[in-house]
Every structure is written in structure tokens, then in C-alpha cells.
Design a protein around this ligand. Structure first.
Ligand SMILES: [Zn+2]
Length: 246
């Protein structure tokens, strides 16, 4: 198979040791983010939302992600931790594939873990979609999440329900980077018509995120307007637009 990873993922480095893999394929898949060389030990990388293994159009998303990371000098085998913003398969189906290669640990919020094992599982079985199998090492909680020795990466975790009951967003104050999962996108907001969605909760979540000082808003998916929202003024405008839609 010939990989043309550059046409499937655009790699964007936003900080030392931080890369965004922006999905460029035709079918559905999420953007992934990689904190490189943060954890102690042999598997130092941390990935947020590895995405689909294969999507509805048969695009080999995970193989392309592996290749795109390799082009930047990073191996999936060296991932020690997988973090999920939420449990929809287009964000966490490839957890299994990462675990298979690296025995990485997984984390997501308690609310989302409970949801995926109850209503989420029912929804997937009705739709005929395989539920991704993994067991989290610990649950993400609202507040600080320190990664690596000497707290190399200090993230603030925000519980931001609305698209999914246990969705979380991550704010990296040092670099003013906000990872929004499927809560807010470039010029758009997350769907609330899935099981467990709530427009009023999404509104409250977006209100909270809009208070942060953000230079780069990295969403879970691209829209017709773009992917990463860059610059404080543009991020503020994007939140204004999101609130208009709500
Ligand atoms: Zn989702």
C-alpha cells in the first residue's frame, strides 16, 4: 500500500513537543494531538484522541496517522498514555490499535466512561457500530492534569458536557492552547442530537471556555471555515459566533 500521509494528515507543530495532526481525508475522522517526550520511561508520548482505525469510506485513518507521526520522527510504539476528549468511535476507536502496539494506558472522564458502558453501548449496538474496548487506568477530573516529570505539561481539564455527557476540554496555559474536542469548532459547535447530548449544557460549557485566554483553539474536527483558530482576537470572534448559533 502506498501512503500519502501528507494528503491525509497535516502536521502542525504549535509548541516544543506538541504536534497537531489535522485530518485531511474525505470521510469522517477526528484531529489528533501529540505531546512528545513528556512522560518518564520508555514510552514518553501522550496522544489525545487517536481517532478512527478505518472510517465509513474505508480510509485507513490509523495507518495514515502512524505514517504522519513517523514523518515527524515519532513512533506509536512510544505512546505511554492515550487521553480521550469523549467516547465517540471517531475519537477513540484507535485506542485499541495504540494499546496493541505500545500497551499504553488510557484515560477519559468518569462520566464518559459510565456513559459509554451504558447508553453509549446501546446506541452503538443499534447502529451496528463496534464499541471500542479499553479499560481506563484512571479517570480525568475537572482541575489540573500534570504530565511528565517536573510537571512538564500542566493542563487544566474542563468538564464540558453537551455534545456528550462526559466530554472534556484541555487548556494549556503555558502556550495558551485549548483543545476543544467536539464542543466547539471553527465557526461551528458540536452536535447535541446524539444520545446524551444537551444544547443547554453545551451552551454552559462554551460559556466557560470562552472566559479563557486562548491563542490557539484546536478543535476535534475541521469545518468548511478551517481547523485551528489562531490568534486571541479570532478565538474571541469564534466564541461569539458559537454563542450566536446556540
Ligand atoms: Zn463526538
Amino acid at each position: 500500500m502506498v501512503y500519502q500521509s501528507s494528503s491525509y494528515y497535516k502536521s502542525v507543530q504549535l509548541a516544543d513537543d506538541f504536534y497537531c495532526y489535522i485530518w485531511q481525508g474525505r470521510g469522517n475522522n477526528c484531529n489528533s494531538c501529540l505531546f512528545t517526550n513528556v512522560l518518564r520511561g520508555e514510552r514518553p508520548h501522550v496522544i489525545v484522541d487517536p481517532g478512527h482505525i478505518t472510517n465509513e469510506l474505508g480510509e485507513a485513518c490509523f495507518d495514515y496517522l502512524v505514517k504522519a507521526m513517523e514523518e515527524d520522527g515519532f513512533k506509536v510504539d512510544d505512546i505511554g498514555l492515550v487521553i480521550n476528549t469523549h467516547s465517540h468511535p471517531d475519537h477513540c476507536q484507535a485506542n485499541e490499535a495504540v494499546i496493541e502496539r505500545s500497551q499504553a494506558w488510557v484515560t477519559l472522564s468518569k462520566e464518559e466512561d459510565e456513559f459509554r458502558n451504558t447508553l453509549g453501548e446501546k446506541m452503538h449496538s443499534v447502529l451496528g457500530v463496534k464499541v471500542p474496548q479499553f479499560k481506563p487506568l484512571f479517570h480525568l477530573k475537572e482541575g489540573n492534569l500534570s504530565l511528565g516529570t517536573k510537571n512538564k505539561v500542566e493542563l487544566q481539564v474542563f468538564h464540558t458536557p453537551g455534545h456528550s455527557p462526559g466530554s472534556v476540554c484541555f487548556y494549556w496555559l503555558d502556550n495558551k492552547i485549548l483543545l476543544t474536542g467536539d464542543v466547539v469548532f471553527y465557526g461551528s459547535i458540536g452536535r447535541t442530537d446524539f444520545l446524551g447530548g444537551s444544547l443547554s449544557l453545551l451552551k454552559r460549557s462554551i460559556d466557560r471556555l470562552s472566559q479563557l485566554d486562548v491563542e490557539y483553539l484546536v478543535p476535534g474536527h475541521n469545518t468548511e471555515f478551517g481547523s485551528i483558530v489562531e490568534g486571541r482576537a479570532n478565538v474571541a470572534r469564534n466564541f461569539q459566533a458559537a454563542k450566536l448559533i446556540l
